[in-house]
Design a protein around this ligand. Structure first.
Ligand code: TEU
Ligand code: CA
Length: 556
């Protein structure tokens, strides 16, 4: 694998709407992000991914873009964006934006013109089909529920495709004119100084055509889009063309949000000349999820979590650099998902941090993860913003769950969990805004906030700073960035342990993933304890005793 400038970096995802509000309108914005760059520098992160801030009606919180070339006034101006790029550069940081090109907004000029003339140039930017006797072209279910076909506004016999929300019409990538529009936009942003992109939902751009039904997987007569994705062939032609026309000429960093990739395609996706620089590992994210809906999801145990993290490590090896997360803006908080219910505390949150952070690849921190932010309680469906949660609530209720049971599912899996405002301090609204926050602040901000942790050497925040510093320590950078990943005690219940190895260094990362103490074998004596989430580490020759949820990083 060719070494790249970004391999030894640490990346951070900002959800701008909930990060920092500078003007009191309750919505996070670009000046707010700029005001916190020194904080991010202190944390030690290098690459910043901003979730969408383009002009949007925010039907899917900005993942429905109405103008790719302008910043939505709620987030700021293009001058603010240029200032952010300049200020980040001054601090040796790199800014990525979100590339959302499987679909645009139904309020985009292109779609408006398509409605005026479905058979014209812009009509061909989308998938528009003539429907007779109400028989839709296919029975796929939108990721947000319901059919993927809706009537084209102003036309009774024409329908348009949207695999996401109906306000997110799919762009027709089979049309070279549309692809040229996308490449022009990407290059325009890269020329402006962006370091690259996180690439949204990109596997969906290649549809298995002609449209056809797949066996229904629910009583609604619809089926998951995944059936079609499994059959779709040739996405690589589009991805390779996009790379060659945009990313490669700019040496841009790109990370793909890729679900459903085919294993044999991994080298094409993230190999030395892959479509992307990296892609996210979602193995633990999708574990236990059911096509029937959240009410059929299976909880993930510590052993499941370990196996999910280890699998891509074994699969990818030297192929490329995977991007590792415990959460993002679409997922519940990692400390509530991957630590057994009721056992998430300062110690176990740091264990989880150490377990995911030191595997091979690029570590990503999602805003608030570094202070151990948690899921939020839900009292009523009225306080829920996430369109995905609202659909899953409907599905659960239709399946016979009580309101309380359905709301509990949103508490476990809903996307609002990661979108509550960043908890800066214990002042009003957690220091996020002087105004009324667009989404309620987690009431636990009085105890979980940055200010309370910043100067506490045992805090979750300090643990993240130490981990980042260790990854960048000249003595350990090579083994922690490029060292082979080798599982250890892989079949031991509630133990997560692995080595990172080069010819001249062996690092052991080991966690006792339960509240009971564990006595474990070591392959050799510890030469040096590099990090632990508890003050004392008890070793005796080739034995180590770990307290409940104790984790260590040791040099052997
Ligand atoms: O998500 C793509 C996606 O398929 C999954 O994350 C998930 O199925 C979806 O979020 C529903 O829960 C990306 C963005 O990350 C997400 O925020 C957007 O809603 C989606 O694309 C559409 O742009
Ligand atoms: Ca604001």
């Amino acid at each position: 694998m060719k070494k790249q400038w970004w391999h030894n970096k640490v990346a951070y995802q900002i959800y701008p709407k909930s990060f920092c509000d500078s003007n009191g309108d309750g919505i996070g914005d670009l000046p707010g992000i700029i005001s916190r760059l020194d904080y991010l520098k202190e944390l030690g992160v290098d690459i910043l991914w901003l979730s969408p801030i383009y002009v949007s009606p925010l039907a899917d919180q900005g993942y429905d873009i109405a103008d790719y070339y302008n910043i939505d006034p709620r987030f700021g101006t293009m001058e603010d964006m240029d200032r952010l790029l300049a200020e980040a550069k001054k601090r040796g940081m790199y800014v990525l934006m979100d590339l959302v090109v499987n679909h645009c907004s139904d309020e985009h000029e292109w779609f408006k013109k398509a409605c005026e003339d479905p058979d014209g140039i812009y009509g061909r930017y989308f998938y528009i089909e003539t429907v007779k006797d109400g028989h839709l072209p296919c029975n796929w279910r939108s990721y947000f529920g319901g059919p993927v076909w809706d009537k084209l506004p102003g036309h009774d016999d024409k329908y348009y495709l949207h695999v996401f929300h109906k306000k997110q019409p799919d762009l027709n990538w089979e049309n070279p004119d549309l692809r040229e529009e996308v490449y022009k936009m990407i290059n325009w942003w890269l020329d402006r100084g962006l370091s690259g992109f996180r690439i949204d939902a990109i596997i969906n751009i290649k549809k298995a055509l002609p449209f056809r039904d797949y066996p229904a997987d629910r009583e609604d007569g619809l089926c998951s889009v995944h059936n079609m994705l499994h059959e779709a062939k040739g996405v690589g032609e589009f991805l390779g063309e996009m790379r060659d026309r945009t990313f490669a000429p700019h040496n841009a960093f790109t990370v793909g949000e890729v679900f459903n990739e085919k294993e044999e395609e991994l080298p094409d996706f993230i190999g030395d000349n892959g479509y992307f620089s990296s892609m996210f590992d979602f193995a633990e994210t999708v574990f236990g999820s059911s096509r029937q809906g959240w009410h059929h999801n299976i909880d993930i145990t510590p052993d499941d979590y370990r196996n999910c993290v280890f699998a891509p490590q074994k699969k990818i090896g030297e192929i490329g650099f995977i991007s590792n997360i415990i959460e993002n803006h679409d997922e519940p908080r990692g400390v509530c998902r991957y630590i057994p219910e009721g056992e998430a505390d300062n110690v176990s949150k740091k264990l989880l941090a150490m377990m995911y952070f030191f595997v091979k690849g690029l570590p990503w921190i999602y805003q608030g993860q570094e202070i151990g932010m948690e899921n939020i309680h839900v009292d009523s469906i009225e306080e829920v913003d996430d369109i995905s949660s609202i659909d899953e609530y409907r599905v659960a209720r239709e399946a016979g769950l009580s309101e309380k049971e359905a709301l509990h599912l949103i508490e476990k899996y809903g996307r609002d969990n990661a979108r509550t405002p960043f908890q800066w301090n214990s002042d009003r609204n957690a220091g996020f805004t002087e105004g009324e926050p667009w989404l309620r602040v987690n009431p636990n901000y009085t105890s979980i906030n940055l200010e309370a942790q910043r100067n506490d050497p045992d805090s979750v925040y300090s643990c993240y700073r130490k981990m980042i510093a260790l990854r960048k320590d000249p003595e350990y950078e090579d083994v922690l960035v490029y060292g082979d990943f080798v599982p250890y005690l892989e079949d031991r219940h509630n133990v997560m342990a692995y080595f990172r190895k080069t010819d001249d260094k062996t690092i052991l990362v080991m966690g006792n993933y339960q509240k009971e103490k564990a006595e474990l074998p070591l392959p050799s004596e510890c030469r040096r304890i590099l990090l632990s989430n508890l003050p004392d580490v008890k070793t005796e020759g080739n034995r180590i005793t770990l307290e409940g949820y104790q984790a260590v990083v040791a040099e052997l």
